[in-house]
Design a binder for this molecule. Structure first.
Ligand code: NAI
Ligand code: MG
Length: 464
């Protein structure tokens, strides 16, 4: 077990202001693997000051020079991919293949996209007799979750740096080791002191202090809707910008005429990846009543292909395990039919849940409305397309989704009527440049690509 005592502030590792620590647990064997400092408001304040002091210099650095430094960060991420994957496996529990392909691989692509965008984006436009300047918003407070620990960090830090902002990051308490590794790599890449700062700590203490800090210009938060709502209220009261990337309960809608087997397999795979801990996961599978029982059998079969401890890792923590089990028990209690998995532990040790499939789920059930954040698929029956649309749109969320149909035009027509930020048409692949974000209570703002960059810019017009 390693005890770390530093925070990365102003370009160096400094001892934390107080002696409190957070234990980091490996969820596969339940052992404590490290301790990191529990930062306080004092640490947050030091980090915000460092970010503020670095802001004028960084904002004045030309886009080409910023692009070169972001490219250097990308190169560090790429050359340390093995260490990143091992760290994510140790603190999140992601199976090694997933850790290297997604947890280590995706951030390289996202950082690379912002190296290119920083160089190519037009930070000035002309409207009539006005020169419109796109300027950095200022100091960014980034609060990130544990589910994709490095991706969630890079999806905020890379566009912020590309825009000319400086950053204070408060990562999730469950996965601080990946964040510490990221800080080391930013340092190695030669990013100037104070441009990026890291404070580890709990949400209620360090996170709340960062969200409330009067010298933070924009708070970018990813996590639960409950905390997002509070951060939005604090930011609103202080009249500062806020970006919220929150929960989801996304629908995968199989229209008549679609390849049912392909749609069901892809939907189950989409939920099982990362043990169901994906905000945009297609956790509600909507199938026409004529083919419903066929779909139920296919889903149960597909779930059996994800043995816990092999293709599917544990949940991140005992708290999440209790939460997900509670939802499975509630599904049974509300009358849904369990066709795969269940609340029992599949393994003796570790925070594992079996891939679980519920049939006979009706739209009003808790498991059809609330984000479970575990490997749990719910199958809902619909009567016709209008019914399917009503069910798909019938939650407070609107983050992701999928539509499957015999022809693309029919799927696109349905997707246009969905209240959600992203829809995959007949298995269209993930695009790391496409805007990602929520309708309704799934959030405010967009991440990734040029839309993600725009979040970190503010406009000034000069009338000539
Ligand atoms: P959370 O929302 O508590 O944690 C996310 C981040 O917010 C962490 O860095 C945490 O330290 C911080 N935080 C917590 N309370 C805060 C506060 N008062 N002020 C400022 N920052 C604060 O999420 P948690 O408890 O880890 O997971 C609970 C549920 O949230 C999950 O079951 C899932 O439904 C959802 N969730 C959604 C995510 C997404 O990607 N949209 C990611 C993680 C969780
Ligand atoms: Mg852990």
């Amino acid at each position: 077990m390693t005890t770390h005592d530093g925070m990365y502030i102003g370009g160096q590792w400094r001892p934390a202001a107080s002696a409190g620590t957070i234990a980091v647990v490996n969820p596969a064997d339940e052992r404590i693997i490290a301790r990191v400092p529990a930062g306080t408001a004092e640490d947050v304040d030091a980090a915000v000051r460092a970010a503020r002091a670095a802001l004028p210099g960084w904002a004045a650095t030309g886009p080409a020079a910023r692009a070169a430094l972001i490219a250097a960060v990308r190169d560090e991420l790429r050359s340390h991919a093995a260490e990143i994957a091992e760290t994510v496996t140790a603190e999140l529990g992601a199976p090694p293949a997933l850790a290297s392909a997604v947890h280590a691989g995706l951030p390289v692509a996202v950082a690379g996209s912002y190296a290119e965008l920083a160089a190519s984006h037009s930070f000035e436009e002309t409207i009539g007799n006005s020169a419109v300047l796109l300027e950095p918003v200022g100091v960014v407070g980034a609060i990130t979750p544990w589910n994709y620990p490095l991706h969630q960090i890079v999806a905020k830090v890379a566009p912020a740096l590309a825009a000319g902002c400086t950053v204070v990051l408060k990562p999730a308490e469950d996965t601080p080791l990946t964040a510490r590794l990221f800080a080391r790599l930013v340092h190695r890449a030669g990013v100037p002191a104070g441009v990026f700062n890291l404070v580890t700590g709990t949400g209620p203490e360090a996170g709340a202090a960062l969200a409330a800090h009067e010298d933070v210009d924009l708070v970018s938060f990813t996590g639960s809707t409950a905390v997002g709502r509070r951060i939005g209220a604090i930011a609103g009261a202080a009249v500062k910008r806020v970006a919220l990337e929150l929960g989801g309960k996304s629908a995968s809608v199989v229209l008549p005429g679609a390849d049912l087997a392909g749609a069901v397999r892809a939907t189950v795979a989409n939920v099982m990846i990362n043990s169901g801990q994906t905000c945009s996961a297609w956790t509600r599978l909507l199938v026409h009543r004529d083919r419903y029982e066929e779909a139920v059998a296919l889903a149960a079969e597909a779930a059996a292909e994800y043995p816990p401890g092999a293709r599917i890792g544990p949940l991140v923590s005992e708290r999440q395990l209790r939460r997900v089990r509670g939802y499975i028990e509630q599904g049974v209690a509300e009358g849904a039919r369990l066709v795969a998995g269940g609340p029992e532990s599949p393994l003796e040790r570790g925070f594992y849940v079996s891939p679980t499939v519920f049939a006979d789920v009706t739209p009003g059930m808790t498991i059809a409305q609330e984000e479970i954040f575990g490997p749990v698929v719910t199958l809902l029956r619909y009567e016709d397309e209008e019914d399917a649309l009503r069910i798909a749109n019938g939650t407070v969320y609107g983050l992701g989704g999928a539509v499957w149909a015999g022809d693309e035009a029919a799927a696109v027509a349905f997707a246009r009527r969905m209240e959600t930020g992203q829809v995959h048409i007949n298995g269209g692949r993930f695009n790391p440049l496409a805007p990602f974000g929520g309708y309704k209570q799934s959030g405010v703002g967009r991440e990734l690509g040029p839309h993600g960059l725009a979040e970190y810019l503010q406009t000034k017009s000069l009338q000539l």
